[in-house]
Every structure is written in C-alpha cells, then in structure tokens.
Write a protein that binds this ligand. Structure first.
Ligand SMILES: O=C(O)CCC(=O)C(=O)O
Ligand SMILES: [Fe+2]
Length: 340
C-alpha cells in the first residue's frame, strides 16, 4: 500500500477567517478555495473558530469511549439500531466489500424516528435517535452533540463560500442544507498494526456527502490519491482536513473534485484516533445543478453530464443504499425487505 507516495507534496492550507476580511481578502480566499477544491479536492482548514479547549475535550472523551470495557461498547453496538447508529468493532464495516480495520462509533442528527406508514419513503428509516453509553460515559453525548452542532455551522459556512465562489450566490445550495441537513459523525480508533492486522484502516473511497471535516491526531495514515500518486495528509495541528464529497462534485458537474482517499493502519503499533464529520444534504432533497459561468462550465465535464446518474434523484435513497452496503448485518436484521 505504501508504494509511490509523494511525501514532499503537501495539501493546500486555507484560512476560513479570511472570509470576514475586506472585499479583496474575501475574493482572494474564494479564489484559493475554488482552485484547491478543483485541483485536488482536499485541503487543510484553519481559522475555523472552534475553541481548542472543546477540541481537546472531544478528543479525550473519544479516547475514553474506546477504552471502555468491551461489554459497555457492545451495549451500544450498531446492530441494536435500525437507524445505523452506534458502535462497530474493527472489521465489521466494509469498504467495497473488504473489512476496514478500525473500531468506530457513529452518530447522526438526534431526531425521533418517523412512524412507519404507507406514505413513508424507505430512506425515512435513517431518521431516529442515536445510541449513547449514558451510564458508562455520560459526557459523551453532550460533547459529541456540541461538536456536531459546531461543525455543522462551519461546514455550512464553507458550502456558502463554495456557492459564492462558483456562481456568485452564497445561497445557491441553501435549499439542500437548510433546516435538517444529514449530519453524520464518526469517532474512530485505528488499532496500531502488530504482525497480523490488515493494512486497510479504511479502503480507498470517495465520501458521499457535500463536505467532510477530519480531525486527526499526530499519528498519520490518511492518504489522498492524486495524479502524482498517494499523498500523505500529514497531521497539521489546529486544522481540519477537509474534502469534497460526491454531492458537491455532482452539483458542480464535476468542476469540484470528490477525491479518492484511504487510511493505512498505523505501522508504528501506536493507535490512531480521528473524528470525522460529514455534512450531507437533506435526505428529502434532490441535488441541483449549479449554473456555472461559461469559463468554469467549460472545464466541468463531470457526473451531471450523465442523465442516468442515480445521485440526481433522491439524496436519502442513495444514502440508504450506501448504509445497507456498508453494514450488511444491520441491513439483514431490520431492512431485509429492501435487499434485492
Ligand atoms: O480517519 C480518517 O482520517 C478519515 C476517515 C475517512 O475517510 C472516512 O471515514 O470516510
Ligand atoms: Fe472518507
């Protein structure tokens, strides 16, 4: 897995606080943002305003979660949730059919489940409460929900910046984010590799939402596929690694890049911890095609030129399909009627 890595290459670093600067500063930021997302689809983001103190408490509580006795973690196992929330042991989640060697705890927006009924679309099954280890680790719930709400605010600010950078209208993607976007979060532990563990921390993939924000520790292992080969997203304190997801790629007709990435299990034997936040569109949305100005449209020949692209139809249906594929055990237990 470690062949042809360009360790000297670096992802761009963007400071989102420049959006609050004067008109020239703002325009320069938007230009850099557009360029970075077009060329590579990955960058470091600083200046986001999330307090360092909150960040360190969220990191600490995530480690405490993984340090809980196995029996406590299994009480909140995803197999207990029809809504694909909760804990999974290493090896249970699949990428392209192969097990990822990471243990993880997933949460989404905290909402009531929608009652079953004849008019309810299948993707409405995704909505529901999270699972929480409230007895064993009561701080987990408030801290992760605080993190989710802070990250949603930063991510929506960035979606607005992309819309402004592409079509001059910050609100152009508002309808698919407003109200209740699909906020997915994972806290993750990649076990340090000993002799027998697989190298696949998470297999090569694109993210399916609008934007992803990853808070990583100092161990390393996240890699980005570029024309020059795999590039390390070397840890940079105070930043998130941000990348474009398939919905933003689609809305921009491929002008913005949803780039393939992966995590190689830490070979040092030291565990790696990360916290990933994914902003998706509302589950009831359809993805709009942004009306790019001619000089940008000329460069964009992406997925939107395929009228059969299933992503165009319903965001929720597509997301549900992804969950069913990644978690076959949950799919069989609760959603067997949807499996072909
Ligand atoms: O843990 C990371 O650094 C990235 C994880 C990732 O790419 C994902 O969960 O989609
Ligand atoms: Fe990813």
């Amino acid at each position: 897995m470690n062949d042809c890595i360009q360790t000297e290459a670096r992802l761009p670093l963007l400071d989102i606080s420049r959006l609050a600067g004067d008109a020239a500063e703002r325009a320069a930021f938007l230009e850099e943002l557009r360029g970075a997302a077009r060329r590579i689809g990955f960058f470091y983001l600083s200046g986001h305003g999330i307090p360092a103190e909150l960040e360190s408490r969220v990191r600490a509580v995530s480690r405490s979660f993984f340090a809980l006795p196995e029996a406590e973690k299994l009480k909140v196992q995803m197999i207990h949730s029809p809504h694909f929330r909760g804990y999974n042991r290493a090896g249970l989640e699949l990428t392209k059919g192969k097990p990822d060697w990471r243990e993880q705890f997933d949460l989404h927006a905290e909402r009531e489940a929608l009652p079953a009924g004849p008019g309810r679309p299948p993707w409405a099954r995704l909505q529901g409460p999270n699972l929480w280890p409230d007895d064993a680790l009561p701080e987990l719930r408030p801290l992760l929900l605080e993190w989710q709400s802070r990250l949603t605010e930063v991510a929506v600010r960035l979606v607005r910046a992309f819309a402004e950078a592409l079509v001059g209208d910050a609100g152009a993607l508002e309808p698919i984010c407003a109200g209740s976007p699909n906020q997915t979060m994972k806290i993750i532990r990649y076990p340090g590799r000993q002799a027998v563990e697989p190298e696949q921390g998470v297999g090569a993939h694109k993210d399916s939402g609008l934007l992803t924000f990853v808070l990583q520790d100092d161990v390393g292992g996240l890699q980005v596929e570029t024309a020059q080969g795999w590039v390390d997203a070397t840890p940079l304190p105070g930043t998130f690694v941000v990348n474009i997801g398939e919905l933003l790629e689609l809305a921009s007709n491929g002008y913005l890049k949803a780039t393939v990435h992966r995590v190689v299990s830490p070979a040092s034997g030291q565990d790696r911890f990360s916290i990933a936040f994914f902003l998706g569109a509302r589950l009831d949305a359809e993805v709009p095609l942004l009306d790019l100005p001619p000089h940008l449209a000329a460069e964009a020949q992406g997925p939107a030129s395929d009228p059969e692209n299933p992503l165009f139809r319903n965001v929720g249906a597509n997301y549900l399909k992804g969950r069913l594929r990644s978690h076959p055990d949950v799919a069989r237990k609760y959603h067997a009627d949807l499996l072909g």
